[in-house]
Design a binder for this molecule. Structure first.
Ligand code: ASP
Length: 514
């Protein structure tokens, strides 16, 4: 992974974002996208009456649309050439057709953009190809990362106690992170400013689900169907059960299956690497398309909302980091200052690389220098780098609620619990590489029935947020090590070097190689 997660990668992605904004901005001014099939336009007549117009693409195709006004507008033809037309041109056309003075017209809500000038269409195809590549990798990533991560714990009996404690603290702290994120996003409401501007067509939210339905959804009746339908909760439930069963039957009988998944894991990592090489171009196209297809009057609220979203995530991450340090002092009895001094290089590497996996060698080294038993760090840190992601879980929950607010859904407690659950699972399913959390974001949105069409907007501001959440991810792994050391004094070795058994050594070596 080293080759793709270095500083140059970050710079290229940044360049892609900046160029995307510039090219998209130029297209927005020079070649405005114009009216879309599901737009809502508000016309105000000279007498001060307002009429809301909606468009439906006409079966005759082209730029013709069926136009409906509410309240009705005398003389308005039922079908007009409107799609792709700037709102100003449309205003004049309506004024001419109806012989009514219409001084102002503005787009007040917009759904999916589907009628674009050709340069914007090219950007759309390029960006969508990149997104499809990412989506293509979600199921393989989910299947293999989680399976190999859990299976690398060794055997149930030998690592049972440690595994249970590690899972308890990892999942427990992720749940706290998600709770902090949900509180922050419900208080700040960063998406509320966009409410009513983004329309959802044909897709409903999962609100109103009963608790029993939520519980039933966890167990898939057919794992293949769960995979085909990208039912993330079902997939993960099956994979976790399979991983535990593989541990149960022992290394000899599990070897063929594990060997297969290990190879698949390596191959998928290579594929992720290829896709990441395309990331700067893909992100350029996505950002440029997103900017170019904005309705200019929406830009102000959008920038304000994205800024508020970034602030909410940052505040949440800071609060969770403080919580981690408090747990460290109270449960692990480790001085936060000493922790920050010793783990400093790992946290700085996480900040610079945006990758828990790339940071792993440094984290292992710091843990060793902190005197943490290798028997503990050799399995907690590699597994944690893939599965334990407090910062990512918090980010996923805040982002999902941001979209819910922007699309105008009032998620009740039941759906927010589903958001929390899928955020934890999606964070576990995210690989420890840059922006992986944004890839698995699709899963959280799909699980609660939110559209994914506006997800590219987050790419534009993901870099700094990813830097911060990766720091919180890595500090969470180190925290788990410190807690496990405290809970298992029998596993401590004074010099921190001789506690590792053969498999622990092998895992550490593998982790270092990866
Ligand atoms: N970059 C994060 C990590 O490696 C994952 C994410 O995108 O949230 O830990």
């Amino acid at each position: 992974m080293d080759g793709i997660v270095n500083r140059r990668f970050g710079l290229r992605v940044l360049l892609g974002i900046v160029l995307g904004c510039v090219v998209g901005g130029a297209l927005l001014v020079g070649l405005p996208t114009g009216l879309q099939p599901d737009d809502r336009v508000e016309l105000t007549t000279a007498t001060g009456r307002t009429h809301t117009l909606t468009f439906e693409a006409s079966p005759s195709g082209g730029d013709a649309a069926r136009v409906k006004a509410e309240p009705p507008l005398n003389g308005l033809p039922p079908e007009m050439k409107a799609l792709g037309m700037p709102v100003e041109g449309f205003r004049k056309a309506v004024a001419e057709a109806t012989a009514i003075a219409i001084p102002s017209a503005r787009v007040v809500a917009r759904g999916e953009v589907s009628v674009r000038p050709w340069p914007v269409e090219v950007l759309h195809v390029a960006g969508q190809l990149f997104l499809r590549l990412l989506r293509m990798l979600v199921v393989p990533l989910l299947l293999v990362t989680v399976l190999v991560g859990i299976a690398s714990l060794g055997s149930i009996s030998r690592l049972g106690r440690l595994g249970f404690q590690a899972s308890f603290w990892m999942v427990g702290t992720m749940v706290v992170a998600v709770a902090i994120g949900l509180i922050a996003v419900n208080v700040v409401k960063p998406g509320a400013g966009l409410r009513g501007q983004w329309l959802v067509d044909g897709e409903g939210a999962a609100d109103g689900q009963s608790v029993s339905e939520l519980i039933l959804r966890v167990v898939p009746t057919n794992p293949v169907k769960a995979i085909a339908e990208l039912d993330v909760v079902g997939i993960l439930f099956f994979v976790i059960l399979l991983a535990v069963a593989l541990l149960q039957i022992g290394p000899r009988r599990a070897a063929p299956v594990l060997g297969f998944f290990q190879s698949l894991n390596d191959a998928v990592a290579v594929m992720v690497g290829w896709v990441m090489v395309l990331a700067p171009f893909g992100i350029f196209a996505l950002v440029a398309h997103t900017v170019a297809t904005q309705e200019p009057s929406f830009l102000g609220p959008l920038l304000r909302s994205l800024g508020l979203f970034a602030l909410t995530v940052t505040m949440g991450l800071a609060a969770h980091f403080a919580f981690q340090l408090a747990i460290l002092a109270i449960v692990a009895r480790v001085s936060p200052i000493r922790f920050l001094q010793r783990m400093g290089p790992a946290l700085a590497t996480a900040f610079g690389t945006n990758s828990s996996s790339a940071t792993l060698p440094v984290t292992l080294r710091c843990a060793e220098e902190m005197g943490l038993p290798r028997r503990i760090s050799a399995f907690v840190l590699p597994v944690g780098a893939t599965l334990n992601m407090d910062g990512t879980a918090l980010f996923e929950a805040v982002a999902a609620m941001f979209f819910a607010q922007a699309f105008g859904f009032d998620f009740g407690i039941g759906t927010q619990i589903l958001v929390a659950l899928t955020s934890v699972l999606a964070a576990m399913g995210a690989a420890g590489i840059p922006s992986a959390g944004l890839v698995t974001m699709v899963l959280v949105l799909s699980a609660v029935g939110l559209p994914t069409s506006k997800l590219p907007l987050l790419w534009a501001i993901d870099r700094p947020l990813d830097m911060m959440r990766t720091v919180v991810n890595v500090s969470g792994d180190a925290l788990t090590c410190c807690i496990l050391q405290r809970l298992n004094p029998d596993l401590s070795d004074p010099d921190g070097r001789d506690g590792a058994d053969g498999e622990g050594e092998a895992e550490a070596a593998k982790a270092l190689r990866d």
